[in-house]
Design a protein around this ligand. Structure first.
Ligand SMILES: *Cc1c(COP(=O)(O)O)cnc(C)c1O
Length: 339
């Protein structure tokens, strides 16, 4: 299988699994699991926050953060193609009772002016603008990296108007590796932020949500209430610690592979257009005369290649730990032989 479906498709390596074998364990609910405590401390520091908590998924990070920052009836400002809108099963509405105020981003990014214009004046008629959510990198925009100034300025605009700010940092380490700018610099001005361990870092489970001590105390309450509190999480967090030590710098290899795939795709007549590739995601639009994205995906599947259909004529290809140059050759060959 040449699996470019997502960077979630990685399997833990032997060395990563070995890291979990001899780790001392305790109950995370009693702050007694050493690896989990160490992981939370390290991620809090990486994101420039006071504290952090370990959660089963990135979705739970986003949903808990939204719940902590808002009250029912409040409005959340974000881009239209945000993960919290398209891929969290209606969580913001179901769990927090909030309204979404989606804006059209430019490649998944907003400007301070756009945010300022979207914030409603306080009134008894309008919902209360309460939270800004941004994604670094912007997933559906093809792993686009917000420039640090723009991201910080958008957060500042929201803060000055009294809104809370949350950074969905599922792939923030891809941004850090692509630009050399530390994640904490991107997270500056945000009240909460998180990183995923199951994407480019290659772990089977886990995400860490960071914020102020008060924020994390509130988040722990919801973690327990919603059934996200676990026990001997060290078997998971030892693998996350291993990933922080061994799988961050290598994200550059994923970025280089994505770049080379994009360059080769650009030569193919069936590809009309590619979004700029900055990290590990390639988004390709098929030419008018080419088959639909669905048909192309089927054609690829027959050749043991997986890509994701993200629009009628749009495919997403994601590089990660478990694909290399030979898989890229298979992908290019399979797209190249479309009639
Ligand atoms: C994957 C992803 C999430 C959700 O993470 P899960 O661990 O799959 O729940 C949230 N936001 C973005 C941008 C993502 O790519």
């Amino acid at each position: 299988m040449h699996d470019f479906y997502s960077d979630t498709q990685t399997r833990p390596t032997r060395a990563m699994r070995a890291a979990a074998l001899d780790v001392p364990l305790g109950d995370e609910r009693h702050d007694a699991d050493p690896a989990t405590l160490e992981l939370c401390e390290r991620v809090a520091e990486m994101l420039g926050m006071e504290a952090a908590l370990f959660l089963p998924s990135g979705t739970m990070c986003n949903e808990i953060a939204i719940a902590v920052h808002t009250r029912p009836g409040d409005e959340v400002i974000c881009t239209r193609e945000s993960h919290i809108i398209f891929a969290e099963s209606g969580g913001p509405a179901a769990l927090s009772g909030v309204m979404m105020h989606p804006l059209d981003g430019e490649r998944g990014m907003l400007t301070p002016g756009q945010v300022a214009a979207a914030i409603r004046p306080r009134s008894a008629h309008a919902p209360r603008s309460r939270l800004l959510v941004a994604e670094q990198t912007a997933n559906l925009a093809g792993g686009a990296v917000w420039p640090q100034d723009q991201l910080n300025a958008v957060a500042q605009t929201a803060k000055e108007a009294g809104l809370a700010t949350h950074l969905d940092g599922a792939r923030i380490l891809n941004a850090q590796v692509a630009t050399g700018i530390p994640a904490a610099e991107y997270a500056r001005g945000f009240d909460s932020a998180w990183i995923a361990f199951t994407k480019g870092l290659g772990c089977p489970v886990g995400a860490v949500l960071a914020g102020s001590r008060d924020f994390v105390a509130e988040a722990w309450l919801l973690k327990r209430r919603w059934g996200g509190a676990m026990r001997q999480t060290g078997v998971l967090t030892a693998m996350c610690l291993y990933a922080l030590d061994h799988h961050v710098a290598r994200l550059a290899e994923d970025h280089a592979l994505a770049q080379s795939i994009a360059e080769r795709l650009a030569q193919l007549p069936v590809i009309a257009r590619l979004l700029p590739v900055e990290t590990n995601i390639v988004i390709a639009d098929l030419a008018e005369e080419a088959p639909t994205a669905r048909d192309v995906a089927r054609h690829l599947a027959e050749r043991n290649v997986t890509a994701t259909v993200v629009g009628q004529r749009r495919l997403r290809i994601v590089t990660h730990l478990d694909v290399g140059p030979a898989d890229a050759d298979a992908l290019i060959a399979a797209i190249g032989d479309i009639g």
